[in-house]
Design a protein around this ligand. Structure first.
Ligand code: ADP
Ligand code: MG
Ligand code: ZN
Length: 476
């Protein structure tokens, strides 16, 4: 029997606000343990949470980017469970009334564009962090992360392979980073994903029993964990067994998933509306105000780049992967009006130089206008391709304008016939034997003369002009 995987992903994205979701504590990563904690996020008796407006605004942005319906009135609930990193004994989250529902994102796959449904987007607080000391052994608690705002994005069970899951995640990641509402750092846990997966006989409507996978901290590991789990479930089913509904942990070192705990049900959490918080009212005006601040999103930008600049899908993909890189490229195009050449230079020499230094395009030492100017000079034949490469490197090292570099180094190409003509005449006069042989039919010697002229001009002569003049003079 052939089985089809069914996958749904739950993504937690840490929102890039200055302060926590229900108090004024800083959200900055890397502070000494418990430096960012107050009575509210410590859950001391008598405290009252106050919702951070920025959190709602950021969640609205994501809801708009993923075509969700925004619930004009939504609210917070308490999810009750005990764990030492959760001082209140409950997590404040959204349950029955999430901020947004029923959206989708488009994912490019080998079979074309696929729509993956978004069931819901809601806001919630993060828990603290336990640090286990193997030496004593004892455990410590750091509550800096307690109360840091998260957004959970739950996909519909629309994903059909591990590769598609990774592609979907990359899309979400890209959108969040473009919107500047999440830094997307997977290692630091600002973007984490749990994966639900089940198998069903191909052609059957009904879903099979699923497992939930946790602890994958990279796109690659999500894909590996899903591939492993799909195979594991397939074997269980083929041997006539039943998949156990449970949460499993991905073990990166061993490349396997291991049972962690039985799957909890919603009623285990005793959800109830949080009586300390009023309902969140999202007005039409607020949504419109947020909509006006939305940047062009990556997929739309990719499509526009292809249409407007006539560049390949691959090039458009590379150039729009980072919003700052896309902006830089467009500025170069505006300056030189040669979109394809600009793409080649940005993706070739410029990205190579930046990558060698592990430097971000935001700190690029070459202003876009300088690169545009260099492309312009190359196009009009003022400099050769080889010179352009040298200029590019020097602009990168010194931040100087191409014109300055050219003047300093005497790099200007000889494009003036009246300058080049006497040089060529002298080269020919100095090599009477070669001239005779050439005229006698040894056409290969043409290259010899080109070389001599290049040598005489230290490589500065325009190759097209050399050819033109040589043809004229050699044939006499
Ligand atoms: P829970 O509350 O246990 O996390 P949800 O019903 O909210 O469960 O679903 C969580 C995720 O699991 C969603 O992304 C959903 O698409 C996915 N999912 C639900 N049922 C299945 C299934 N049978 N196989 C694979 N994924 C599933
Ligand atoms: Mg879940
Ligand atoms: Zn606090």
């Amino acid at each position: 029997m052939e089985f089809e995987p069914v996958i749904g992903l739950e993504v937690h994205a840490q929102l890039l606000t200055e302060s926590k979701i229900f108090c004024g504590c800083s959200t900055r990563f890397g502070a000494p343990p418990n430096a960012h904690a107050c009575p509210v996020c410590l859950g001391l008796p008598g405290i009252l949470p106050v919702l951070n407006r920025k959190v709602v605004e950021y969640a609205i942005k994501m809801a708009l980017a993923t075509h969700c319906r925004i619930n004009r009135e939504n609210g917070f609930a308490r999810k009750n469970y005990f764990y030492p990193d959760l001082p209140k004994g409950y997590q404040i989250t959204q349950y029955a009334h999430p901020l947004a529902e029923e959206g989708f994102v488009e994912v490019e796959t080998e079979e074309g564009t696929r729509r993956i449904g978004i069931i819901r987007i809601h806001m919630e607080e993060d828990a603290g962090k336990l640090i286990h000391d193997e030496r004593f052994p004892s455990s410590y608690i750091d509550l800096n992360r307690a109360g840091v705002p998260l957004m959970e994005i739950v996909s519909a069970p629309d994903i059909r392979s591990a590769g598609e899951a990774a592609a979907y995640l990359r899309r979400l990641h890209e959108i969040l980073v473009y919107l500047e509402i999440c830094d997307g750092n997977m290692e630091e846990g600002s973007f984490r994903c749990d994966a639900n997966v089940s198998l069903r006989p191909r052609g059957r409507e009904e879903f099979g029993i699923r497992t939930e996978l946790k602890n994958m901290n990279s796109f690659r590991n999500v894909q590996r964990a899903l591939d492993y789990e799909i195979e594991r479930q397939r074997r269980v089913l083929e041997e006539g067994g039943e998949v156990v509904q449970e949460t499993r942990l991905w073990d990166d070192a061993q490349g396997v998933t291991m049972p962690m705990r039985g799957k909890e049900e919603a009623h285990d959490y005793r959800y109830f509306p949080d009586p300390d918080l009023v309902a969140v009212a999202v007005s039409e005006a607020w949504v419109e105000e947020v909509r006006r601040t939305m940047p062009e999103l990556p997929l739309e930008k990719r499509r526009r780049f292809r249409r407007e600049y006539g560049i390949s899908a691959y090039d458009a993909g590379v150039l729009t992967a980072d919003r700052a890189l896309a902006d830089y490229y467009e500025e170069v195009v505006r300056g030189c009006d040669r979109p394809k050449l600009a793409a080649n230079w940005v993706m070739g020499d410029l990205l190579r130089l930046l990558n060698e230094d592990r430097r971000d395009i935001r700190d690029c030492p070459i202003p876009a206008a300088f690169l545009a100017e260099m492309i312009h000079l190359l196009e009009e034949g003022a400099i050769s391709g080889k010179m352009a490469k040298e200029i590019c490197e020097e602009m990168y090292r010194t931040g100087k304008a191409p014109r300055t570099i050219i003047a300093d180094r005497g790099l200007v190409q000889i494009t003036d016939e009246s300058v080049l003509l006497p040089v060529i005449e002298k080269v020919i006069a100095d090599h009477p034997n070669q001239l005779a042989q050439y005229r006698g039919g040894r056409e290969k010697l043409f290259g010899f003369f080109v070389g001599q002229v290049m040598k005489a001009t230290q490589g500065k002569a325009n190759p097209r002009l050399i050819n033109e003049l040589l043809v004229k003079l050699l044939t006499g």
